[in-house]
Design a protein around this ligand. Sequence first.
Ligand code: SF4
Ligand code: SF4
Length: 230
Amino acid sequence: MSSSHEHVEEEAGPKILATHTSAGGKVVRSVQIVRPEAQDTTFLAAGAKGFGITLKHFAKNLFSPLRSKAERTKAGAPDVTKAWSEIETIQYPEEKVTYPERFRGLHRLLMRDDGNVRCVACMCCPTVCPAHCITIVPEESDSKGIEKRPAIFEIDELRCVVCGLCVEACPCDAIRMDTGMHAGPVEDRGDAVETLQSMLKRGIKSTAKQGGEGPNWRDHDHSHDGHSHK
Ligand code: SF4
Ligand code: SF4
């Protein structure tokens, strides 16, 4: 069966020890399988390490001193007179931390100066949405120079992954996620669906500074402009 034997250089993947050509003319390779070491398959070391981290946090939470009033103020505690330890959790909703300026909250839809929704139903946001949670049904617009507007605009907040791509994709500055609000608790899934009306109602509220450019984007404050242009 055999004919020629030759050693080949080591490459990525299984180590090839030798190749030979069979009587049928097929190239046959002898490979060496590298099995993982015992410590890599038992997870004992990783398990012990994780247990150590858990113990460290437990001890820290058990023995840590209470935070000072100044520290509690800095952390955004609404009631700074209340004792607060270093335990890495907060008594939500009584206690809330201050979110970053660019925290993405519930969606809102903006209006033009004439009071109509800025959305022109271009379908960019439902196209880019990775969760497929935006539903838009367009209709003809009666505004001059504008072809379409949304008759239905819904976002299922239970499916939304809060990625903000819809805001980035919008060419009209019609949708933003700067309300600073969480999606509220609901009993029925249908109640988690934001509608055109509910998102328009939220239109003038904003916690973020948007429209900034360059490294000093924070200096450009358009946070009050629920009805203005970008
Ligand atoms: S934030 Fe992301 S997931 Fe949510 S509606 Fe916008 S694009 Fe979709
Ligand atoms: S990307 Fe903007 S204009 Fe286009 S459908 Fe979405 S919200 Fe409307």
